[in-house]
Design a protein around this ligand. Structure first.
Ligand code: GTP
Ligand code: MG
Length: 316
C-alpha cells in the first residue's frame, strides 16, 4: 500500500467546502500533468465528484443563482493515487470532506481529522466577510471556532503543516487590484487571531499559510443580501444571460499543496518518500515536478503567502 497523506476541508455549513474540492478536482489532471505527475481517483471518488461538478454547473441555470449543491449529511473522503505518469502510485492523497455542522456537533471528529491531516483548506464565504461591513461574517464563517480548532489540534505539533485559506464566491472582489487588496486586508484583519497563533513560537517554524481565492463558478457574482427572520440570504446573479461555467484559479490551492508536499519530502527529515527514494531518478523527478508546480503559484492580487515560504518552495 502506498503511504497515505491526508488533506482536510474545514469551514462552517454551506461556506463552500465541497464546491472548492469539486473545482479543484476539475483541475487535477491539468495541474498534475504539467508537473509530469498523475493523480488517479478511485472510482467512488470520481463518481461523487462528477455529480458535484454537475450541480455546480447547474448554478448557471437560473439567472439569479441562490444555491445548487445539496448540503452534506456525512463525512466523505476522496482518494487519489499520486505518482509518476505511467507508474504505479507512490502516494495516496486523501481529501477529507465533512458537513460543516460537525464543527458544532462533532468537535471530536474535527479535532481528530485536523490532527492527522498534513494540510487544511479553510473555505471562507467572501460576501459574508466583505458585505454589510462584515456583519454576517461571524455567523457564516465562524472564525473564532475555526481558530479554536487549530489551538487545540496544533497544541503539540511536531511536523510541518500547510494551511490554505480559500475565499469563495469572491468573483466581485477580484475584478481589479484595488478590490483584491480590500479582500486581502479584510482577511488579514478578520483572521488576525488565527495568524497570530500561527506566528507563535512553536508554530512559526512549522506552519506554512497562504490565501488563495478560488472562483468556483467564475461568472456568478454577489448581488444583494435580504434579511428574513433575522437570517441573511445572499443572492447572486450571472454576469450575463449566456454566461457559462468558467472557474478561475481552482488550480492554485493544488499547486501550493503539491509544492508543499514535494518540498517536505525533498531533503527534510520528514520526507515520506524515503523508502522509495532510491528509485532511479525519482529524486530528480520530484524536484522538477516541485519546481514546475511552484513556478505557477500566484502570490499577488488576492493571493498572499502569510508565512512559511521556506516550506513551500525549493531553494528558499
Ligand atoms: N453564488 C455562488 N454559489 C456557490 C459558489 N460555489 C458554491 N456555491 C453554492 O453554495 C452552496 C454551498 O456550497 P457547498 O460547497 O455545498 O458548501 P459546504 O461547505 O460543502 O456545505 P456543507 O457540506 O453543508 O457543510 C451550494 O449550494 C453551492 O452551489 C459560487 O461560486 N457562487
Ligand atoms: Mg459539503
Amino acid at each position: 500500500m502506498p503511504k497515505e497523506l491526508k488533506v482536510t476541508m474545514l469551514g462552517n455549513r454551506g461556506v463552500g467546502k465541497t464546491s472548492v474540492l469539486t473545482a479543484m478536482y476539475e483541475q487535477f489532471s491539468d495541474t498534475f500533468e504539467e508537473a509530469d505527475l498523475q493523480l488517479t481517483p478511485d472510482s467512488e471518488s470520481s463518481a461523487l465528484l462528477q455529480k458535484r461538478l454537475g450541480q455546480l454547473k447547474a448554478l448557471l441555470d437560473d439567472f439569479e443563482a441562490t444555491g445548487g449543491l445539496e448540503g452534506d449529511q456525512k463525512p466523505q473522503s476522496f482518494k487519489f493515487g499520486l505518482g509518476k505518469i505511467g507508474d504505479k502510485p507512490s502516494l495516496q492523497l486523501t481529501f477529507q470532506d465533512f458537513p460543516g455542522e460537525y464543527i458544532d456537533k462533532d468537535g471530536e471528529f474535527v479535532k481528530k481529522v485536523m490532527h492527522e491531516c498534513v494540510a487544511v483548506l479553510i473555505a471562507i464565504d467572501a460576501p459574508a466577510l466583505m458585505e454589510a461591513n462584515g456583519k454576517w461574517h461571524h455567523l457564516m464563517n465562524r472564525p473564532k471556532q475555526i481558530c479554536d480548532f487549530f489551538k487545540i489540534s496544533y497544541g503539540d505539533l511536531k511536523e510541518p503543516r500547510l494551511v490554505i485559506l480559500v475565499p469563495v464566491r469572491c468573483e466581485k472582489y477580484l475584478q481589479n487590484e484595488e478590490d483584491a487588496k480590500k479582500l486581502r486586508n479584510c482577511i488579514k484583519d478578520k483572521y488576525a487571531e488565527l495568524f497570530r497563533l500561527f506566528k507563535s513560537e512553536n508554530l512559526l517554524t512549522k506552519i506554512a499559510c497562504v490565501i488563495t481565492p478560488v472562483q468556483t463558478v467564475g461568472t456568478v457574482i454577489f448581488n444583494n443580501i435580504r434579511v428574513e427572520n433575522k437570517k441573511p440570504h445572499f443572492y447572486f446573479r450571472k454576469i450575463s444571460h449566456d454566461a457559462g461555467y468558467s472557474p478561475k484559479d481552482s488550480d492554485q490551492p493544488l499547486r501550493y499543496l503539491l509544492s508543499f508536499l514535494l518540498k517536505l519530502h525533498y531533503g527534510t527529515k520528514w520526507g515520506w518518500f524515503n523508502p522509495i527514494r532510491h528509485w532511479l531518478g525519482w529524486d530528480r523527478y520530484l524536484l522538477e515536478a516541485a519546481r514546475q508546480s511552484a513556478s505557477q503559484c500566484k502570490s499577488s492580487g488576492g493571493f498572499v503567502i502569510i508565512q512559511g515560504e521556506d516550506k513551500l518552495f525549493i531553494g528558499k
